[in-house]
Design a protein around this ligand. Structure first.
Ligand code: TXA
Ligand code: MG
Length: 348
């Protein structure tokens, strides 16, 4: 099977919708990363998603829903047979309502009590379900025309670098799926932030992403619980240590090349490839290494947009791969630091 790439025309969107309705998988663009979509309430479609990605079934999926007006968004989740609204405490409901009104559509995933209709494969047997409303206009059109939710994990093979262009999806899954919708490069570039809404109204941050913890705290009007979670406990399997990884090992440097001590700097060999977080990479070039510039303008937004494409570019090189550490903790930097730590984690 070689995937056919569909574009933004009414006929090709209708083709994608028909394929999904027929139980097939379609890779779709979202504002974060491309997703491998299938009907969220159809166990056979879900099984295909896990098979195409080589994804273990203990890793639950996010259900994506069509846009609905402010004030109707939480109810729409119950009507779509995803969320059991009766199991939300008043405080949890208030927080969820604030978040969906302010931040949907957008890169925020909420973990909420699951409705009975959601197949176990979608939730990995958990009593909760992860839901988000994507902002990408083509994803929205597809969801609206389809009229039912789509499960969509990132459209990469399990553990590998997430795709932010249709070409990345083609390289990852082109031989395994029939359809890819090309919506251009993803605007955000890192996955959605995943939070679990607690009975007391606070949010537990399960995965840093496109919406910052500060924004979630401000909107929910509660402090965010940032838990150091053991990968063994697996409350959110996206937290597995090795993830987002290039095929070649990637090593995280203890400091930027500029700030590395003499000895550490001497370990870099000419021809090695270094992901330079900000700046033009002069210090790296001076060592005869190849800099790959993550954020030439120094902004977190640029860094997030470019992150996965940079990792893919590095993976085609022949030298040893290094990444500078992210030291800033504001904006999208924690999400970027998280992906780089996992991309460079030891593989088991
Ligand atoms: O931006 C995104 O969220 C992208 C695009 C395609 O929407 N999707 C994505 O899906 O990143 P995936 O499958 O790669 O990551 C889903 C994350 C996993 O870390 C999973 O553990 C977590 O969501 N998750 C899903 N259901 C959960 C649940 N019931 N409880 C806790 N975590 C859950
Ligand atoms: Mg993923």
């Amino acid at each position: 099977m070689t995937a056919r790439v569909l574009h933004n025309t009414p006929a090709e969107i209708a083709r994608a919708v028909a394929a999904l309705r027929g139980g097939e998988l379609v890779a779709i663009p979202t504002e974060t990363v491309y997703g491998l979509a299938g009907l969220a309430l159809d166990p056979a479609a879900l099984a295909q998603i896990f098979a195409a990605k080589d994804r273990p079934t203990f890793d639950p999926l996010i259900a994506h829903v069509a846009p609905s007006p402010r004030g109707r968004r939480l109810e729409a989740l119950a009507e779509a047979q995803l969320v059991d609204g009766a199991r939300l405490t008043p405080l949890a409901r208030q927080t969820a309502q604030r978040l969906v009104d302010a931040l949907w559509p957008g890169p925020l995933t909420l973990v909420l009590p699951r409705a009975r209709a959601v197949p176990d494969l979608c939730t990995a047997g958990l009593d909760s379900v992860a839901v988000r409303m994507p902002a990408h206009p083509m994803a929205q059109q597809i969801l609206k025309q389809l009229g039912q939710p789509l499960a969509a994990p990132s459209a990469n093979r399990f553990g590998r670098i997430s795709p932010t262009t249709a070409a990345h999806v083609l390289a990852e899954l082109g031989e395994r799926i029939a359809w890819i919708v090309d919506g251009g490069p993803c605007a955000v570039g890192v996955e959605s932030t995943v939070v679990a809404v607690q009975p007391d109204g606070r949010c537990a941050l399960l995965r840093p992403g496109g919406v910052t913890a500060d924004v979630i705290a401000a909107v929910s009007q509660h402090p965010v619980m940032i838990t150091e979670i053991s990968p063994l406990a697996l409350p959110s399997p996206g937290l597995l240590a090795s993830h987002y990884a290039p095929t070649q090992p990637l090593r995280l440097l203890p400091a930027s090349v500029q700030d590395l001590g003499e000895k550490a700097r001497a370990a870099l060999q000419p021809g090695d490839v270094v992901l330079v977080v900000t700046g033009a990479g002069e210090a790296t070039r001076a060592l005869g290494c190849k800099p790959v510039l993550l954020s030439p303008d120094g902004s977190d937004v640029t860094a997030a947009q470019r992150l996965f494409a940079c990792l893919r570019e590095m993976d085609t090189a022949t030298g040893t791969l290094y990444a500078e550490p992210v030291t800033r903790t504001d904006g999208l930097w924690p999400a970027i630091a998280d992906r780089l730590t996992r991309a460079s984690a030891p593989r088991t």
